[in-house]
Design a protein around this ligand. Structure first.
Ligand SMILES: O=C(O)CCC(=O)C(=O)O
Ligand SMILES: [Fe+2]
Length: 292
């Protein structure tokens, strides 16, 4: 199978470790306005840590761009992983709902990624989780600014795809995000990675990837977003032509050590409104009042 952006090494890395890093997907200068606006919305100064009231903030979004127009490279890589644009639910957008880690846990001794660190989770607080769930086809981490080591870069458990896949196979009735407690499977993981890179780099992650926020003692704010990309249809692990499996599906089959799987859900699909939505609505009202 040929890919437009991904190298053979990147394909293998995704199949084995559930992630690829696509560098240089955009220029920071092109989005500096969004960052400036984020600080205004919060009433914080970028270079004055005494103005940073909260140590970590997940902003509601105001602006958005279409990824296909803004970053053909990132879009090409997303299509490579998900089996082409016909399978992807559009529009695929990036927004300025930044997740800003100002100085989380800066007063605590540094902890490298391990099962002892708290907060490990699988994304997807808005749907009932099945092995084939289409809602989260990819997890994306967009770096809107440079991230040095030990500076708030998200921790990834790059061997988490297998335990999550097994757990989901055992639950064809599905799991709500609260009942699933995916994070407890971190005890089965031992390969960890800290997200680092430059503004414009993008990590594309398997939807099952366990990850956690990290401490940021660096004095420099860490700015990412982590939008999901959705499939139009549920994943299919039992295709008549094996060439039709996309890389996200193949990663699941490889994690389960099978060539195909006749997986059927036994309950309905379900969308859930997470508490986050109410919290961000309130934040938006406060920020609009500040901007006026
Ligand atoms: O802030 C981070 O590094 C991770 C955030 C995250 O995983 C989330 O909001 O779901
Ligand atoms: Fe997350």
């Amino acid at each position: 199978m040929s890919y437009t952006v991904l190298s053979n090494e990147q394909v293998e890395q995704f199949l084995d470790q559930g992630y690829v890093k696509i560098d240089n997907c955009f220029k920071k200068a092109d989005i500096q306005d969004w960052i400036d606006l984020a600080f205004k919305r919060l009433g914080y100064q970028p270079d004055d840590a005494t103005t940073w009231i909260e140590s970590k903030v997940h902003l509601p979004s105001i602006n958005h761009i279409d990824v296909a127009d803004f970053s053909p490279k990132a879009w090409g890589a997303i299509c490579d992983l998900m089996g082409g644009m016909d399978r992807i639910k559009t529009p695929v957008q990036w927004r300025d709902g930044f997740i800003m880690n100002f100085n989380l846990g800066a007063d605590q001794p540094w902890q490298s990624p391990s099962p002892k660190v708290g907060g490990w989770h699988k994304d997807g607080d808005w749907f009932r989780h099945y092995l084939d769930s289409p809602e989260q086809g990819l997890l994306t981490v967009v770096l809107w600014d440079d991230i040095q080591p030990r500076s708030g870069g998200t921790f990834l458990a790059t061997d988490s795809i297998r335990p999550i896949a097994r757990y989901l196979v055992e639950h064809p009735q599905g799991l709500t995000p609260t009942e699933a407690k995916f994070g407890k499977l971190i005890d089965q993981c031992q390969d960890f990675l800290e997200v680092t890179g430059e503004a414009g780099d993008v990590f594309l992650l398997h939807p099952y990837m366990l990850h956690a926020a990290s401490q940021n003692p660096s004095g420099v704010v860490r700015i990412i977003t982590n939008p999901a990309v959705s499939f139009k249809e549920p994943m299919n692990f039992n295709r008549s032509n094996p060439d039709d499996y996309c890389l996200v599906e193949r990663t699941v089959l490889r994690a389960l050590s099978v060539d195909q799987l006749d997986f059927k859900i036994t309950q309905g699909r379900e969308l859930i409104t997470p508490e986050r939505v109410h919290r961000q609505r309130k934040m938006m009202e406060e920020q609009m009042a500040r901007l006026e």
